[in-house]
Structure formats: C-alpha cells, structure tokens
Design a protein around this ligand. Structure first.
Ligand code: FES
Ligand SMILES: [Fe+2]
Length: 438
C-alpha cells in the first residue's frame, strides 16, 4: 500500500517530475522502425508527457524533436522532409536530427540568427526493430549488451500495443509471477501446433509437463527475488515432486522493462512506456536462441489482436474484452479467449487508469512488486540529491548482459546451479548468444 503522495510520486512521469526524471535516465522505445518506412518517414508521437515528432532524414538518421516549431510554434507533424532535415511549413525553418536550425529562408541571406536557435532534440538509436530515444540529462549511456540487442535480426521480432492505463501498473503485472496460475489458466491442456510465439500455450517442456498444467496444478509458487546490477531477478518455484522444482526465472530491468521466457527457445523483452500519466505502450522484442523467428507468423498472429497503424487491441474495454461466461466456465479462467495479452490488458486496465494504491492489500506473493517500488523510490531520492541512478546505468563498468529468462525443471538440491546450467546449454547451441555468466 502507498500513501496518496507516494502513489502520485511514482505514477507522474511528465518533464521535471521525479519518476519522469528516473525514466529519462534510460533509453526508452519511441517508435517501431516499421512506423518510419514508406514515402514520408515522419510521425507525431507522445512520449512521457511530451509532444514530439520522430522522423528519418535522407541519410536514414533518426531525429526526435519537439512538436512545435521554435519560431512561432507551428506543428512540425506537417513538416517537409527535405534538405537534410525537417522543414516547418509555416516559414521554412529547417531542423536537422540534432535540433540544429540549418536554414531560415525568410531572414536576410547574411543573417546568423539560425545559429542561435537550437530546437529540442533527443538522440535516437535503432535496435532490432525499435527506435530508442534518450531524453535524459548529459550523454546517453551505452545501450546494454542485453540478449535482445545482441541477437541477429533474423532471431528477433518487434511489436507494440496500446494500454489504457498508467505505466507502473503495467510493469507490475510483469513482475507478478503468481498471476500466471490464475489469470492465464487454461482449464484443459489441448495439444496444439498453433502455439508458436505464444506464452503459456500448451508448451511441452523437457520432462513432458505442459506449462499450462504446471501453472494450473501448482498455483502457490514460492516467490523469491534478488537485486542484480540491472534490476531484479525473480524466481517462481513450484514443488513438482520429492526431488524436483519447476523454476521460472523472470526479470525486471530497471526502471520499466521485463524479460520473461516464452518457450524453451524464445524470450520476450518488454518495455512499458508512458505516453502520458494515463496511457502507455508496451514495446516488445521477441528473441530466440536457436531457431530463426518466423516473423511473418508472429506478425500475422499479432495483427489478429491489434489493428495497425494505431496498434490498438481489438479486444478492449469497449467490447468487454470478448468476455464469454460459458468459455469462463469450461475453457479459460477469464473467459476472454486464449491470448494472454488480452488477459493482461483486462487486468491492468481494470485497476483504473491510475491505480489507487492507497486501497490495495499486498501479500507475500507480491514481494517483487514491493521490492521494485522501493528501488524506484530510492532512485527518485538519488536523483533528487543530484546523483545518478545506480541500477542499470553502466557508469563506465562492464556492459550489462542477459538477463536470463527460463522455465525449467531443476533438482531441489541444486536448483540455483541447475537453471544456470540449462541456460548455458541453450546458449552453447544457439550460435549467437554469449554466456552472460562469463
Ligand atoms: S513557425 Fe515554424 S518557421 Fe515559422
Ligand atoms: Fe500476464
């Protein structure tokens, strides 16, 4: 439970808000690379309460600039992409990706006025289908050596989706291992071939237990977590028999991403990015170790659930998320279909656009959520005192690696060594994935 003041502190993310400052110290997804293709690669976006325009210049460089022209405030969404930048259609001022004003054609030819103008611009970098932006102070940190960035393009797939609520409750569903046994429960395990790229869908793991059965029949896992250099490593431990545990390892990359296993070969890295205090995007990179990702199938499946180019979920509040009481009685825990994205969408949006955390009652299953809020508040304090966040900033240290996300069966005696060993084997076979423990 938080006080009203604390809740406001962790959920407000506009410029100069404490949590907004925290988020701005890290690279954040701004747009999918696929949104900037076509004849005019420019788009108005909102990110952390700021109105911006993202574009690609003729050399393919990404620019992210404030939406309103510094001359008299016209809307650069309608800018002309030409001559090395984005040109305001009102009086022709031209800005490059760094915000430099290159031309002011209505000023006298010998005027140096343009050199005095710098438009707000944020550095961008593309990585495996997502264009990331750095909106914080100083030099941006390097992009970490996370698996989702190191994986060759053919082993990845990126997508995004809209969520009608504050960013933090969206993150908190990703670090809440106990909900999977309920919210994503399937009442029967049908063996099926069409589970490619889906989480918790009839995956038969080593040892022959479908993950759906593990989640359903062992619904009170022991939850443990540890602080790491990137954030939190979270364990959900299910007691399978005298000698074995089911170990599910998930991660929180501070301050707003999660890394979770999709299957033995695929994992999901997902950022929860605020448009403003009340609306968010999830951005995801799916990455696989051994088999190249079938991007076409992944995309087709997602387009069944989301419309483009607005990336809106087809099952949403306006159609009761497809809720069917008969399905709820016989097939799924929610009655909202087989796709877990829909379940999560309902769960986070049903908390209200900004969850009122003064009214919640957290139990021991919620310990990772509590740990994360502590970390966030501690980091807010660090920044308020003029410091830089410790977690997930490389600060000149070795690149951050992994994080490892895995579902596996381990011996009770040595489960900590076992899950690492299973991950190592998978990486040894993959051809690209480095050993994060080296
Ligand atoms: S308002 Fe943009 S050039 Fe004048
Ligand atoms: Fe979920």
């Amino acid at each position: 439970m938080l006080t009203a003041e604390q809740n406001q502190l962790v959920t407000s993310i506009g410029p100069a808000t404490p949590a907004g400052e925290v988020l701005r110290h890290y690279w954040q997804p701004a747009v999918l690379a696929e949104e900037l293709t076509g004849p005019r690669p420019a788009k108005a976006i909102e990110l952390m309460g700021e109105r911006l325009v993202v574009f690609r210049d003729e050399e393919g460089r990404y620019g992210l600039v404030a939406r309103h022209c510094p001359h008299r405030g016209a809307d650069l969404k309608y800018g002309r992409l030409e001559n090395g930048g984005l040109r305001c259609p009102f009086h022709g001022w031209l800005f490059d990706v760094n915000g430099a004003c290159l031309e002011q054609p209505a000023e006298p030819p010998d005027s140096r006025f343009h050199t005095k103008i710098t438009h707000t611009a944020y550095p961008c970098r593309e990585a495996n289908g997502i264009v990331f932006a750095y909106m914080g102070p100083g030099e941006p940190p390097p992009l970490p050596d996370f698996d989702c960035f190191l994986a060759p393009d053919e082993y990845t797939f990126a997508f995004k989706g809209f969520v009608d609520c504050n960013w933090l409750q969206l993150l908190e569903v990703g670090i809440d291992p106990s909900h999977a046994s309920f919210l994503h429960r399937f009442l029967e395990d049908e063996s099926s071939d069409d589970n490619y790229g889906q989480q918790f869908r009839f995956e038969t793991e080593e040892g022959g237990i479908p993950i759906t059965k593990v989640l359903r029949e062992y619904d009170c896992p022991d939850i443990e977590f540890e602080e790491t250099e990137y954030g939190l490593r979270i364990f959900a431990l299910r007691d399978l028999d005298e000698d074995h545990l089911h170990v599910r390892v998930t991660n929180m990359i501070f301050p707003n991403a999660v890394v979770i296993p999709m299957s033995n070969d695929m994992m999901l890295t997902q950022w929860h990015v605020p448009l403003d205090d009340r609306r968010s995007w999830w951005y995801a990179i799916f990455s696989s170790f051994s088999e190249k990702v079938d991007k076409e199938t992944m995309r087709r499946d997602r387009l069944e659930l989301y419309s483009v180019p607005d990336y809106m979920p087809r099952q949403n509040k306006s159609n009761d998320y497809g809720y069917d009481p008969e399905e709820q009685r016989t097939e799924t825990y929610t009655g909202m279909g087989m796709d877990i994205n829909v379940h999560d969408q309902w769960a986070v949006e049903s908390l209200g656009t900004i969850q009122d955390r003064t009214r919640e009652h957290l139990g021991s299953a919620d310990k990772a959520i509590i740990a994360n809020r502590r970390l966030l508040m501690k980091t807010i304090e660090t920044i308020r005192n003029g410091g830089v966040p410790e977690v997930a900033r490389q600060n000149g240290g070795p690149p951050l690696k992994g994080p490892v996300a895995i579902d596996t069966v381990a011996s009770k005696e040595d489960w900590q060594a076992d899950w690492r060993e299973h991950d190592r084997n998978r990486r040894a076979q993959s051809g690209w994935a480095p050993d994060p423990w080296a």
